[in-house]
Design a protein around this ligand. Sequence first.
Ligand code: ADP
Length: 260
Amino acid sequence: VLTWTMLFFWLVSIVLSYVLARLNMRPIMRSWRRQREFVANAAHELRTPLTIIQNKLELMLTHPNDKIVDQTEQITMSLGEVRRLNGLTSDLLLLARSDSDMTQINTEAVAMKPFLENVIQPYSEIAASQDKHFDSTIDLTQTLSIDRQRIHQLIVIFLDNALKYTTTGNDISFTAKQVGNRWILRVADTGIGLSDADKPHVFERFYRVDKSRSRQTGGNGLGLSIAKWIIDSHKGRVAITDNTPTGTIFTISFPMTKAK
Ligand code: ADP
């Protein structure tokens, strides 16, 4: 009986390991780990501004006779953190929805030239106010089928980053053109640049090359992961190259989806 029982369990273990191997659990485990990391990172990011707001409010409660000017400063700082929380929660919501395929891409016919001109219009003023130079070339005259709101968001992410990470340089350029059967967006800056070690990771959620500086500049490390989702959902590709003498060039290309 013992031999038969052992044989039975041995057979069961062989069948079980075969079934588990066939099921290929690795991607499932990886996705669970990613989800756990996402939740932990999100909680951490939410906690920092909440702690600051709590401290400011407690300070105001315990020092009710502080000068108006000091109180105003506490309120202004708290408001900055509330704005940060607002941006962070909408980014988190968008990414969580994209994971569960709840965020739809709503394509419509968009005349690209006026659309792009409108999106980038504020940037020459913003750049000028920071003593930087913004230059644009739009050679895309077609009407294409795109999600207007998402492509707007995508361009804003790259241009905001170009401005944020150009503390040492002062040139930002935006180009839109057609190359073969694809349309290209190119955002180049002469800023701090990205090392070869960092380039493959910048599209990961919460990845920041310099966490401390990123907090000062208002970054949460989610912008480029949202950009990547928008690029993927339009069947696009993105490449990062170095600018000369310094800086970064992001080149995004999409298939020409001409509007009918
Ligand atoms: P963040 O909100 O921190 O800017 P992103 O997801 O947009 O997050 O970018 C991730 C990280 O990639 C940034 O923290 C920064 O370190 C790096 N990065 C993004 N754009 C640039 C750029 N144009 N030049 C240099 N580094 C950049």
